[in-house]
Design a protein around this ligand. Structure first.
Ligand code: 4NP
Length: 164
């Protein structure tokens, strides 16, 4: 099963929202994925997502039920896609990556998105409700694109197996 890890700073706003968004969309597309999120920092370990993020997600029918955890280098082996919210997080992960195949798993969350490709998911922590809604709009586009990417690779894989 394809395994996806979303990473942000605190694991209480952006990455748990991405986790919940992808789980929601994967269910709609009847696609079975292993999905988790974590933070670079350990300040919020064990905490539920930020209430403002949960509320914005609930308004879109998306429930967030993760608990904050911190990134660990073992995750480089356990996940196929490791997706960073912004360039600072991506740089931090690149510094921790020791193998070429770790680096090839690392991307920005928006790497496969149609409308926001290559953009950072802005940290909403010190902003108002609009910022939280913007995060969800970016993540919806990013996760749709990611699902297309994963599905395309699966189809290619099946062709490859059938041909041989
Ligand atoms: P996140 O937002 O990285 O999207 O979860 C943040 C939450 C908390 C902090 C920073 C960013 N913090 O410094 O506590």
């Amino acid at each position: 099963m394809t395994a996806v890890l979303f990473v942000c700073l605190g694991n209480i706003c952006r990455s748990p929202a991405a986790e919940a968004m992808l789980r929601h969309l994967a269910l709609q597309h009847q696609l079975s994925l292993s999905i988790q999120s974590c933070g670079i920092g350990g300040w919020h370990i064990g905490e539920a997502p930020d209430e403002r993020m949960q509320q914005a997600a609930r308004a879109r029918g998306i429930l967030m039920n993760s608990r904050a955890q911190q990134f660990h280098v073992n995750f480089f082996e356990e996940f196929d896609y490791i997706l960073a919210a912004d360039k600072e997080v991506l740089q931090n992960l690149r510094r921790q990556a020791s193998e070429p195949h770790h680096h090839s798993k690392l991307h920005l969350m928006t790497a496969f998105s149609q409308h926001h490709r290559g953009k950072e998911v802005p940290d909403p922590y010190y902003f108002d409700v609009v910022a939280f809604e913007q995060v969800l709009s970016i993540l919806e586009d990013a996760c749709e694109g990611l699902l297309q990417e994963i599905t395309a690779i699966k189809v290619d894989g099946e062709f490859a197996t059938k041909k041989t």
